[in-house]
Design a protein around this ligand. Structure first.
Ligand code: GLY
Ligand code: MN
Ligand code: MN
Length: 424
């Protein structure tokens, strides 16, 4: 990071409280880039980093205010920002407009996330005031860079601390899925499964889900971002759970699909086996030098072959691949970066080409098949079911490491897990 910033300054905003309704807000979640660099999780804060300066790190934070803190919680304050967050200098937030031009004077390039309007305006105003003061010796920056690019390229390669946090987030995630599947019974509601999962997250000290937990039974599993989680689980259906715990602002991302009754029907198992084969082949392809596109193509080929074998798609394979007829059953891509954000920062393509995988990248492999309730081509036994098998994979020199390996996905292992407690 520091080397790319050489001669420049990075300006980030820590994020604001977001209104939930009327006068209540969602719980604060700091901007990922800001927290990644500062460790601070307070609304409104701004950081300025100038690596070449004798005092490189400046924070702007809410001032201490005992009365306000009674209502809305403790504040670190400028002194605390220096003492606890290693700032070289710190100011109350309302001094940003006055101090920012001083901090940017003589800096050649400014890195700021494009599209963050208030922050962008604050930076442009500071640059404007340096222009006006040029006759008195001030030097305005001349180049703006999108900080999301620079930081994304840092975040896409996980250091030891990031990997430790991610491993812990994944461990909590797996434990929660295991608890939920042991408890799954026909007659429960999807929200009860959600509650078991999120209770397991919080009980282990997680801040909660890193994204809205998806708990979909039967046809609901065919809705990719289904979060209502309100239906009753019925005997004979498949239940898809996609949920990930957040730990130290890193998120797990795990999907398992299990039979509500504890046993797959033969037809469900056939479809499940296709997705499992794709998942395993996709993981095998997550090697140094490979690409996310190559993983996707490998999965798509296996899914397509399976769909043709099961009579859901017309062959030949090459025509199905060429015409993308499989998209009815598999409309999304296979992988995304995973880290602080569940869909983490970092380019997927560079100069229009998929980037080669490098050691310490973490990605998901999540092939799936979704059969709509009204799919007249599909046998009744498969209509209204979605199967996704998602793992989190660390790219290593010696091959892919499946961080989520403790979550069973072999159908026999799933049936054993679900039968571990006497079922009704
Ligand atoms: N849970 C979001 C995803 O799998 O991408
Ligand atoms: Mn995912
Ligand atoms: Mn997921």
């Amino acid at each position: 990071m520091g080397s790319r910033l050489h001669g420049g300054a990075l300006v980030l905003h820590g994020g604001d409280l977001k209104q939930r309704s009327n006068d209540t807000d969602f719980r604060f979640r700091p901007d990922s880039d800001f927290h990644y660099l500062t460790g601070l999780a307070e609304p409104g804060a701004v950081m300025v980093l100038r690596p070449d300066h004798p005092q490189p790190f400046t924070l702007f934070v809410r001032p201490r205010d005992p009365k306000a803190e009674v209502w809305s919680g403790r504040r670190v304050g400028p002194e605390g920002a220096i003492e606890h967050f290693d700032a070289d200098a710190a100011y109350p937030l309302d001094e940003l407009a006055e101090e920012l031009p001083k901090l940017l004077d003589g800096v050649r390039e400014v890195f700021v996330p494009f599209g963050r309007q208030r922050l962008n305006q604050a930076v442009l105003r500071a640059i404007g005031s340096l222009h006006r003061a040029n006759r008195s010796g001030k030097s305005p920056p001349e180049t703006l860079h999108d900080a999301r690019v620079t930081l994304g390229e840092d975040r896409v390669i996980k250091d030891d601390a990031a990997l430790a946090a991610l491993r812990h987030a994944v461990d909590i995630t797996v434990d929660a899925h295991l608890e939920a599947f042991r408890a799954t019974r026909a007659g429960m509601h999807e929200y009860e499964i959600e509650a078991i999962i999120e209770h397991a997250f919080r009980r282990r000290g997680s801040t909660g889900p890193g994204y809205g937990s998806i708990v979909g039974t039967g046809d609901n599993a065919t809705i990719l971002h289904y979060v209502e989680n309100a239906s009753v689980l019925r005997e004979g259906e498949l239940l898809l759970v996609d949920a990930g715990a957040e730990w130290d602002y890193f998120s797990g991302d795990l999907t398992r699909t299990v039979p509500v009754s504890g046993r797959f029907t033969p037809a469900q198992r056939d479809l499940y086996d296709v997705v499992l084969r794709a998942n395993q082949a996709g993981i095998e392809a997550a090697t140094v030098g490979s690409t996310i596109d190559a993983i996707h193509e490998r999965c798509v080929r296996i899914l397509c072959e399976g769909l043709i074998d099961l009579g859901l798609l017309d062959g030949p394979l090459d025509a199905a691949l060429e015409q993308k007829t499989y998209e009815t059953y598999y409309p999304h891509r296979t992988s995304h970066w995973l880290g602080i954000d569940v869909h983490d920062a970092g380019y997927y393509c560079i100069d229009g080409e998929p980037r080669p995988l490098q050691p310490r990248m973490v990605l998901t492999v999540e092939p799936a098949l979704y059969v709509g309730a009204n799919d007249e081509r599909a046998p009744q036994s498969l209509r209204g079911c979605g199967i996704r098998i998602e793992d989190d994979v660390l790219v290593r020199e010696d091959g892919p490491e499946v961080l989520t390996h403790r979550a069973p996905k072999d159908p026999d292992a799933i049936e054993a897990l679900m039968g571990a407690i006497a079922r009704r």
